[in-house]
Design a protein around this ligand. Sequence first.
Ligand code: UT7
Length: 333
Amino acid sequence: MSATNSRIPVAIAGTGSYLPKRVMTNKDLESIVDTTDEWITSRTGIKSRHIAAEGENTSDLATEAAKNALENAGIEAADIDLIIVGTITPDTLTPATACYVQHNIGAVKALAFDVSAACSGFLYAMKVAQDMIAAGTYKNALIIGAEKLSAFTNWSDRNTCVLFGDGAGAAILTASKEGQGRILATELGTNGSQTSILNIPGGGSACPTTIANADQKLASLAMQGREVFKHAVNVMKRSAEAVIEEAGLSPENIQQVIPHQANLRIIDAIADRLTIPNDKVFVNLHKYGNTSAAAVAIALDEAHREKKFERGDNIVLVGFGAGLTWAAVAIEW
Ligand code: UT7
């Protein structure tokens, strides 16, 4: 699916993020599973990740990120018309995590729902919000990527438990005003033929957790790492290229690429194939690990606050995850 010409141009008016306080380092993991800091660092680039406290839910992380983004945008919660949370670790199967956030921030008039598109969830949310604003249906949208992956991690599986972390990022989308930038191009896609290479097999209606299967930890992330790796490189490269072309950009006039934060080797391979120099590719996975739908959202907020790009600069966001899903967005800031 692809679309460029919004009826009303849509801008990002502000960003925010939140990471839970507790930091778990690679060294800490050495005492939990048979792994080493050296293995994790050389295979992934990850050095530490943040872990939510017991009782601190995905909606709590999302709420803090949302408050941050509202402040950054200078918009009141009461003026938000639409809240979309991208998450695969909702507080409850129903209601949606976005409903808890709506109540927590007091966005009483906002419509609120979740999108489940794994690591592409924040960018899927961005596209849905963009189209609703572009059509004139809503004025101000709050989009959030939020995950408490630690609650869906098998802490005895070294193949996966070293990879993931918790956190949330958010952005406010509005109709673009004089002097503001706009979303230039988006490209989203899904390949449902590869659902088995990255999933949470249990805990849903296909395989509810029962006393008989409880010890198998089926409600945890399972991944065929090498397979996912190959798809991630190919698909993110292709998707980023599609929006770069559609937006009429070239590598020279892109100020920052903000990719999904799963593995430094994936990011380096994409940068190389897109011929974008490493200093124009944002990386924070060494601090947070892979936070799925939150990853691009947190990275966007950090890059924004670190002034990696300014008004008028072009940036490209690109994500990839279970589904398989992918998404890329080119933005004039
Ligand atoms: O966010 C959604 C998208 N996700 C991704 O894009 C992730 C994509 N995949 C990856 O990032 C990488 O495939 C991983 C980081 C998951 C794994 O790296 P790899 O280089 O593909 O390693 P591997 O799975 O092929 O495993 C290599 C070896 C195995 O040992 P043998 O069979 O070669 O003896 C594993 O058992 O490394 C072993 N291993 C570990 N050793 C120490 C796996 N996990 C660990 C560990 N510590 N934590």
